[in-house]
Design a protein around this ligand. Structure first.
Ligand code: PLP
Length: 475
């Protein structure tokens, strides 16, 4: 039989599919454009090249190593992207009834169960759209808990090494942040904690491992001190990549924890989004969870709004649902044993880098770290150079810079988080480059001062960009 291929006639803007009559999308005749919009004509190869070139002007995990500390820029499986594009997920209407969204409800319910098991806590909300919003949600629940008990507590302790979102969330939730100083080892100063934990303090927000990558060895004593004074303890779970399958915050005495699904559980999140910051809490705090919570009865999933003590909704509709799909997929790929392996590899990788670089740079808090470590570039000052110059020079070698100048308690901080997914070859290449940059600093410091040379834009005045924000490039 002869095969006849009918050739589609090229339209004004290239080949188009045969026209289908879809009455729903038809605008009334008098509202339709009479002439074509003056759009530039470009061919498929041209447009592909344009977008591929644009995509390589920025750094991303698919391009090279991304050791940004406190961010867990890890392996983002490509199957995640396929699954979030399934029409059953993308075409869910946020106002549709839960009867037509049972699959999505089941996914969220089971994701909640996995997360609760990881931290050994009892209640969960998936609503918050970021770690910071998770913090706000949990600390607002602390507030509701004390209001219910008719206790007036005014402040929350926050270590001086904490992420900036911690004191901000405390403020937003109607408390005052009280700074808890770290001791000479970079850990919670137990004496200071005992002294500051008065009956007017509502509790403690802690990151563990902390932002120096150090595990709070006295964690049981710390949570006991706070609980003995009637306080509550919150875990900033951004560093959960160090704990998976090894230990559980619920066993350490934490009352609430947020997850950063976009960090620990594989969603690309450079440039500020999208995120998801579920919060898990103890049985005692569960009545204060944002309404609704996802519940299940006789194999049917539903939204339970019957929470009289709830702090109320914190996010529209389901929260950032597709980030949840990615986290769920990730769990199903790696399984329980895989999670444990992730944390062990993350810890090993971080120590490999820090131990290899500590004599070249400076390690302010000696000893082993967890999934990230903090070096200091203070020795560079002798040559009139700073940590920022190292960070910028790394860009010339096609690498992303580590986090710099955070945590604030380390001068000239270089916070490195290699994550679990990098090979020894990648780590070695980074270590070699970091050592090479020090050689350049000795022999030709100008190279560092003038870096980066190879990026589409050079050193930017970030402060000016914030203060004089111009979002239009044409006037
Ligand atoms: C990233 C991070 C946060 C905030 O999380 P977002 O999802 O960016 O809002 C809070 N604490 C620590 C330690 C973090 O690294």
């Amino acid at each position: 039989m002869e095969l006849i291929i009918e050739r589609t006639k090229p339209g004004r803007r290239g080949y188009s599919l045969p026209k289908q009559d879809v009455p729903l999308y038809r605008l009334p005749e008098n509202q339709r454009r009479q002439t074509h919009a003056p759009l530039p004509e470009v061919s498929e190869p041209e447009i592909m090249r344009h977008f591929v070139n644009l995509s390589t002007m920025n750094h991303h995990v698919d391009k090279n190593f991304y050791p940004l500390g406190s961010c867990t820029m890890k392996y983002n499986p490509k199957i995640n992207e396929e699954l979030v594009r399934l029409s059953g997920f993308t075409k869910l209407h946020p106002l549709g009834s839960t009867a037509t969204a049972q699959g999505a409800m089941q996914l969220m319910y089971e994701l909640g169960d996995y997360l609760k098991a990881i931290v050994n806590l009892d209640g969960i909300t998936l609503q918050p759209a970021a770690g910071a919003q998770g913090e706000f949600t949990a600390i607002s629940m602390f507030k509701a808990y004390y209001n219910k008990k008719k206790e007036t507590r005014r402040s929350i302790l926050v270590p001086d090494s904490a992420h900036g979102t911690n004191p901000a969330s405390v403020n937003f939730s109607g408390f005052r942040p009280l700074t808890l100083p770290s001791n000479e080892k970079g850990l919670v100063d137990i004496e200071k904690l005992t002294e500051l934990m008065t009956p007017e303090v509502a509790g403690l927000m802690l990151t563990n491992p902390n932002t120096l990558g150090l595990f709070e060895k006295n964690i049981m004593q710390i949570t006991d001190i706070v609980h003995d004074k009637g306080g509550l303890v919150y875990l900033d779970g951004a560093n959960l990549n160090a704990l998976l399958g090894i230990t559980r915050p619920g066993d350490m005495g934490f009352d609430a924890v947020h997850f950063n699904l976009h960090k620990t559980f594989s969603t690309p999140h450079g440039g500020g989004g999208p995120g998801s910051g579920p919060v898990a809490v103890t049985k005692m705090l569960a009545p204060f969870l944002p309404a609704p919570v996802i519940a299940k009865k006789d194999e049917t999933y539903y939204f339970d709004f019957d929470l009289p003590d709830s702090i109320g909704k914190v996010q529209t509709f389901y929260g950032n649902f597709l980030v949840m799909v990615k986290a769920y997929t990730f769990f199903r790929i790696v399984g329980h044993e895989g999670l444990r392996q992730i944390s062990k590899s993350a810890i090993l990788n971080a120590n490999y880098i820090i131990q290899s670089l500590k004599d070249h740079y400076y390690l302010p808090f000696p000893g082993y770290c967890m999934h990230e470590g903090v070096l200091s570039g203070r020795k560079l000052k002798e040559r009139g150079l700073r940590t920022l110059d190292v960070a910028k020079r790394l860009l010339d070698y096609g690498l992303h810079a580590p986090t710099v100048y955070f945590p604030l308690i380390v001068s000239e901080a270089l916070m490195i988080e290699p994550t679990d997914s990098e090979s020894k070859e990648t780590l070695d290449a980074f270590i070699e480059t970091m050592i090479k940059i020090l050689e350049e600093a000795r022999e030709n410091p100008e190279v560092l001062k003038n870096a980066p040379q190879s990026t589409p834009v050079r050193r930017l005045d970030e402060i000016k960009a914030i203060k004089e924000l111009k979002i239009r490039w044409k006037t």
